[in-house]
Design a protein around this ligand. Structure first.
Ligand code: ATP
Ligand code: MG
Length: 427
């Protein structure tokens, strides 16, 4: 019979043989964040559509073209989250976390949904690890958040990610810059792509982010935001850089980094890989001092980042980074006959309670086929229980790699003792 349907385009199954890599990446990221005082928050997969319109911004590609929005049975407009920040900030507000000691820090692992053209490193359901820090305005906070992202990459053994840094100023310096940009791009209006022509009026900074080669060429000569920063924003940006220098974190200032979402102010940054093709931005983040106010809270300067876990995994595989190997099967019990099969299952239970990974035959295979399977599993020891072994109450345990044998009673205690000496159980 044919399979009834395939998974929707742009989604991806993470199979049992791959999930260990995901768990490792997520655990490393969460652990590292813990050393910076960030603890995990879990928020809903869907939110009221309005949350994203207000925070991500009505004029962004994400809100205009990419959201999975639908009416639920109660006729509410609901959206599957396209990113993590909005929901996390909503949760901080709703649960009055911002009324407690500041800054409020949170980390998260979320699946996100965007209706985009699927390609390498770009899916319709993808995953992010991210952090948010609310309530800290000082440049040291920006630098700490960047240092956290860097620490995660370092712990995963990732090399050669370029940190690109920019400041897009506050609304005041930006309005002057917008005028200068508009004037510049107006001179090239005919040549710009259709989308950018419409951006010219609404948000000329987005043109700097356009992927079309013609627009990029024009944008390369555009006025730079860093020449338009007010004194306070310029000082903030300088100090962020000094903190990074002090920590030995290399970066380049790239004035064309503007980020895709409306809520950013001042510091913005990306970590970019040159090894995984066109979708090379593994991590993006920045300061969003106006966001919480937009959501109805008190003005609360905040900063965070999100890294795409699919892209992170691509980089790690491309760089041949180490992943922990899966758990080794300590012992495989082969058996002949139903009494022996029960004994094998009972021994497995005892060994598992002692922390070992143990297996027995579940297929009713011949002993020869059972041993072949034990070999495939990579079991460290095997033990065959037949009529004779049942009668004598003992059996031969064999080390698979070299055939060395030992005779042991068919009881959990001695087996646990023997295996504990051979290798320590997984915690
Ligand atoms: P891009 O410019 O690649 O579209 P973005 O600016 O839209 O990225 P953000 O909204 O900042 O991305 O999301 C943070 C990170 O999430 C990105 O740097 C990327 O690693 C990852 N990401 C974003 N969109 C996707 C997607 N459709 N598929 C896989 N990963 C994604
Ligand atoms: Mg995008």
């Amino acid at each position: 019979m044919a399979i009834i349907t395939n998974a929707p385009r742009g989604t991806q199954d993470i199979l049992p043989e791959q999930s260990g890599k995901w768990q490792y990446i997520e655990k490393t990221a969460l652990d590292t964040a813990g050393k910076f005082g960030f603890h995990e928050i879990r928020v809903p997969t869907f939110e009221h559509t309005e949350l994203f319109c207000r925070s991500v911004g009505d004029g962004t590609d994400v809100v205009q073209k990419e959201m999975y929005t639908f009416c639920d049975k109660g006729n509410r407009s609901i959206t599957l989250r396209p990113e993590g920040t909005a929901g996390v900030m909503r949760a901080m507000l709703q649960n009055s976390l911002l009324a407690g000691p500041l800054p409020v820090k949170a980390s998260y692992v979320v699946n996100c949904f965007r209706y985009e053209k699927p390609q390498t490193g770009r899916l319709r359901e993808f995953h992010q690890f991210g952090v948010e820090m609310a309530g800290a305005a000082a440049p040291v906070a920006d630098a700490q958040v960047i240092a956290l992202a860097k620490a995660i990459f370092d712990r995963l053994g990732i090399r050669d990610l370029a940190l690109e840094l920019n400041s897009i100023g506050c609304p005041e310096c930006r309005s002057k810059y917008h005028q200068a940009l508009k004037a510049y791009f107006a001179g090239h209006q005919e040549a710009l792509c259709e989308t950018c022509q419409s951006r010219l009026e609404t948000n000329p900074m987005r043109i700097l982010d356009c992927k079309s080669p013609v627009c990029q060429k024009i944008a390369a000569e555009a006025p730079k935001i860093t020449d338009y920063l007010c004194e306070a924003c310029a000082a903030h940006f300088r100090e962020v850089q000094e903190h990074l220098e002090m920590m030995g974190i290399a970066f380049t200032v790239n004035p064309s980094i503007v980020r895709g979402l409306d809520y950013y102010t001042r510091t913005v940054f990306e970590f970019v890989s040159s090894g995984i093709g066109a979708q090379g931005t593994v991590c993006g983040g920045g300061r969003y001092d106006g966001l919480i106010e937009t959501l109805g809270g008190q003005p609360t300067p905040s900063i965070g980042f999100a890294m795409g876990l699919e892209r992170l995994l691509l980089v790690m595989e491309q760089q041949d980074c180490n992943f922990p190997s899966g758990e080794t099967c300590a012992v495989y019990f082969g058996s002949m006959g139903s009494e022996a099969s029960k004994k094998a299952a009972w021994l497995c239970k005892g060994l598992r309670e002692a922390g070992f990974y143990a297996e027995c035959d579940l297929m009713g295979r011949s002993v020869k086929a059972q041993m072949k399977y034990a070999d495939k599993l990579g079991a460290k020891y095997s033990c065959i229980i037949g009529e004779k072994e049942m009668q004598e109450g003992k059996a031969i345990i064999k080390r698979m790699e070299d055939g060395e044998t030992a005779e042991l009673p068919l009881e959990c205690g001695p087996l646990v003792e023997f295996l504990s000496a051979a290798f320590s159980p997984n915690p």
